[in-house]
Design a protein around this ligand. Structure first.
Ligand SMILES: C[S@@+](CC[C@H](N)C(=O)[O-])C[C@H]1O[C@@H](n2cnc3c(N)ncnc32)[C@H](O)[C@@H]1O
Length: 306
């Protein structure tokens, strides 16, 4: 089946925020509750077809089996060191884990051989949770889960990140997302709120985006706005860099850099939670075209009137 990577522009609206059972949640900087138009639901259904593909039908560009080495070379360089420092009392969440290969490799002897420092402190290693909309577990996953101590790794599927309560997932010292929900969600600000809700203070989220206007770019790029895979516009229509938006998050320390080895601009991010009163500037989805990853455009919501 051929997946249509870019569809016509779709006007979206703010999605209703789910109510959570318990736990203090990061507050959106603007309360918004509006039903998404039919076009958005249609785009989501097209996107959902990609998650349901199996075997030969999986688009070549929908990669679900990246190795831990690939995570290490794709995310900001200190990701692997941060992972290597986790101990048995810590927890790692991989959002959009695909087959969960990176998690499996973390428990392999090769990881310890490559990172001998801190090996004793690591002991039996952190608990890991893989999150994926669709179940892409392999025999390797089931064999490794059976060989490790019960509950050491878990694989949650059937829902998007935003559909879990904080109580269901618990708190994490480390979260990663390699072409997962951060690249695929139609509601980027809600996604960031959920991530920060799940991080312990001092914990970090590592992720990346392909084909965005990097922090280092001067002014408006020569590229047409439609050429960016993910783009944010201010209320007056001027482009806002992803990194600048992340830096506006309250209680977060943000690092951004562009992978110098990549021909396609890839910007890598680390968001460290520094306190509990997180606030994420709300983004309204204005365009969402299914793909691997989808093309998305958001608009910064105007600040609420005092
Ligand atoms: C292209 S695969 C990447 C898999 C893996 N990270 C890798 O690099 O091999 C995308 C993954 O993100 C998941 N995903 C997309 N949106 C998500 C969301 N909002 N919440 C949780 N998982 C999501 C998909 O279900 C899938 O597991």
């Amino acid at each position: 089946m051929r997946i249509v990577m870019f569809a016509a522009g779709i006007v979206a609206a703010v999605l209703c925020l789910p109510a959570f059972a318990q736990g203090p949640l990061a507050k959106p900087s603007r309360a918004a509750a509006q039903k998404p138009p039919a076009e958005v639901n249609q785009a989501r259904q097209e996107q959902a077809k990609i998650y349901q593909t199996r075997g030969e039908e999986v688009p070549a560009t929908y990669v679900t089996d990246r190795a831990l080495l690939s995570y290490g070379s794709t995310l900001l360089p200190d990701f692997i060191g941060t992972l290597a420092e986790l101990g048995p009392a810590d927890r790692w969440l991989d959002i959009g884990a695909g087959q969960g290969r990176a998690i499996l490799e973390y428990y392999g002897e090769r990881f310890d051989a490559m990172h001998p420092e801190g090996r004793e402190r690591r002991g039996s290693k952190a608990q890991s949770v893989a999150l994926s909309i669709e179940d892409r577990r392999t025999a390797d996953w089931h064999n490794t889960a059976a060989a490790l101590e019960p509950g050491k790794i878990s694989y949650l599927h059937g829902r998007r990140l935003r559909e879990y309560t904080p109580a269901e997932l618990g708190r994490f010292q480390l979260a990663s997302d390699v072409y997962g929900g951060f690249s695929y969600t139609s509601d980027l600000s809600l996604f960031m709120m959920r991530i920060l809700d799940l991080l312990e203070t001092g914990g970090s989220f590592y992720t990346l985006l392909i084909n965005v206007q990097p922090e280092t770019a001067a002014g408006r790029s020569a590229k047409s706005t439609a050429a960016f895979q993910t783009e944010i516009l201010a209320a007056d229509g001027t482009p806002v860099k992803i990194c600048s938006w992340l830096r506006q998050i309250g209680c977060a320390e943000v690092s951004c850099d562009t992978d110098p080895r990549s021909e396609t601009p890839i910007e890598r991010y680390r968001v460290r939670k520094t306190c509990d009163k997180v606030s994420v500037p709300a983004l309204l989805p204005v365009h969402f075209a299914p793909g691997t990853p989808p093309a998305r455009q958001f608009r910064l919501a105007a600040p609420a009137a005092p």
